[in-house]
Write a protein that binds this ligand. Structure first.
Ligand code: BES
Ligand code: MN
Ligand code: ZN
Length: 508
């Protein structure tokens, strides 16, 4: 764990006095012409490099100049594009951190003297830019290597910490307070995001339902919020027929975890966050094709992000009552497994015809939504789930699908997506789609046939929201897990933590 715990220091030294493995000089395409030449000359570097460096967002050029007029052993020119968007600043942060990790550089200093001008240009505060820089550096330096031999036994650490050990931020004395505050906040969000990524990346044989609950209990103890775990017996006596049905074919028992963060003083809102926790989705009897089936270890990404968000809310001390609900199980075929055609009774009393056992997420979410709504009377309910492959077909990997029965809430979530960089796009919940999930024998069918797969899934969930007028469902099937692609870091992203924290901060 400690390997990615980046230390952050604020420094006010002159540029030539900064000593680090890497000194990063960020330039936008416009500041490049004005400033770069002077800076390079002052530090004793050749300016020829500026013929090729265009300051595209995320572009990095490394220069070596030990023994010249600078203390850092290398400098990096980092492109910010036009320097007009937070997204470009984030992209640059991720890029420089990946480069530093590739080069095994542990101490990275970033010259943030231009941060005030950049804040003005992007319409952000310096604190927000500092937070985004720290989050970006954490994202870019993340590697999941704990299952490599030699790392499995955590006590036997090899001492060589991967990732950036120390991030130095060189700032103007006047801004140091703002930057420090932003960086500290960014560090919390980054740490919660990283926890979520780790959980997503852990395969099914390392992470069962019970392990998700244990991770929640551990986080709650450490960060001061209550965690209650309902085990199989209690889930049975409550009658959570959706969760039990999905778990029926499994060797491992299900869990239902409630994470309860209450602020000191009166909470401005009661927010329920529900996360799909399918630790491995084989499809069940409606078995998935074997190609890439291993990626279905990530089918608990919603749960991971809910856990990360509740922890973040607690560590940031937000003035909201935030409650996380995590129904967890794997979805396996066996002699005892749920079968297509079966009719089950959910916790709400609504009966469901199981058209396809691979549409399991909505079954466990149904119970969790009803439970959250009835037991806690939340002002707002948001669920996060890797619910449908159809959502990837519709929006691709970078963007999540958003569904809501409330226009104001939908807009707030959309805006939080724009600000956090975790983008969502709204899709309709029109009644015309109800036709597709009608059942001849039960109240509703869990599959909607061809066409509009992510919408019919959302329509199914909507039945369990019933009269609650402030609900949103976010389908994160695409952005929660990036498939292997040439050289890029693949795997769990922790998508949702940053988005939800942004939203919760808006409500604070
Ligand atoms: N976990 C999957 C959705 C998924 C697919 C997430 C690919 C990430 C990547 C979900 O449980 C599922 O299997 N959905 C089915 C629904 C269908 C049977 C109605 C799907 O998308 O095919
Ligand atoms: Mn499935
Ligand atoms: Zn699934």
């Amino acid at each position: 764990m400690a390997s990615n715990d980046m230390k952050i220091s604020i420094i006010e030294k002159s540029l030539d006095q900064v000593s680090a493995d890497l000194l990063v000089l960020p330039f936008s395409s416009s500041s490049l012409k004005k400033e770069a030449e002077d800076v390079l000359v002052a530090l004793g570097f050749d300016v020829q490099v500026l013929k090729d460096f265009k300051a595209d967002a995320g572009e990095v050029v490394i220069l070596y100049g030990e023994g010249k007029q600078n203390k850092a052993s290398r400098i990096a020119l980092l492109g910010l594009g036009e320097g007009k968007t937070l997204d470009d600043w984030r992209k640059a942060s991720v890029s420089i951190a990946s480069k530093a990790v590739e080069m095994k550089l542990e101490q990275v200093a970033v010259d943030c003297f231009g941060i005030e001008a950049l804040a003005a240009q992007t319409g952000q505060t310096t604190a927000t830019l500092a937070a985004a820089l720290v989050e970006g550096c954490s994202v870019g330096s993340y590697r999941f290597d704990r299952l490599k031999s030699g790392k499995l036994d955590k006590k036997k650490s090899d001492g060589k910490s991967k990732g950036i050990a120390e991030l130095l931020l060189r700032v103007d004395a006047e801004l140091s307070e703002d930057v420090e505050k932003g960086a500290a906040e960014g560090k919390i969000v980054a740490s919660c995001q990283k926890m979520a990524r780790d959980l997503v990346n852990l395969p099914g044989n390392y992470l069962q339902a019970d392990d998700i609950s244990k991770a929640a209990v551990e986080s709650g103890k450490k960060h001061g919020y209550d965690v209650t775990v309902l085990h199989k017996k209690q889930i049975e006596s409550l009658g959570m027929g959706g969760l039990l049905a999905v778990n029926q074919g499994s060797f491992y028992p299900p869990t239902f975890t409630v994470l309860d963060y209450k602020p000191e003083g009166k909470a401005k809102l009661v927010v329920a966050l529900v996360g799909k926790g399918v630790t491995f989705d084989s499809g069940g009897i409606s078995l998935k094709p074997s190609e890439n089936m291993g990626e279905m270890k990530s089918d608990m990404s919603g749960a991971a992000s809910v856990l990360g968000t509740v922890e973040a809310a607690s560590r940031l001390g937000l003035p909201l009552h935030v409650i996380g609900f995590i129904p967890a199980t794997d979805n396996m075929p066996s002699g005892t497994a749920l079968k297509p055609g079966d009719v089950i009774t959910t916790y709400s009393g609504i009966t469901v015809e199981v058209g396809n056992t691979d549409a399991e997420g909505r079954l466990i979410l149904a119970d969790a939504l009803t439970y959250a709504k009835e037991k806690y009377k939340p002002d707002v309910i948001i669920d996060l789930a890797t619910l449908t492959g159809a959502c990837i077909v519709a929006l691709g990997y970078p963007v999540a699908g958003l569904f809501s029965n409330n226009d104001k809430l939908a807009d707030e979530i959309f805006q939080a997506g724009q600000q956090s960089g975790e983008k969502v796009w709204r899709m309709p919940l029109w009644d015309v789609y109800d036709e597709q999930i009608k059942s001849d024998v039960a109240d509703v069918n869990n599959t909607g046939g061809r066409g509009a797969g992510s919408i019919t899934a959302a329509k199914f969930l909507e039945k369990f929201i019933d009269s609650h007028k402030n609900w949103a469902h976010i389908d994160i099937a695409g952005p929660s897990f990036l498939p292997k692609a040439g050289g890029k870091v693949s795997g769990g992203t922790g998508f949702g933590v940053s988005l939800l924290v942004e939203l919760l901060k808006k409500w604070s």
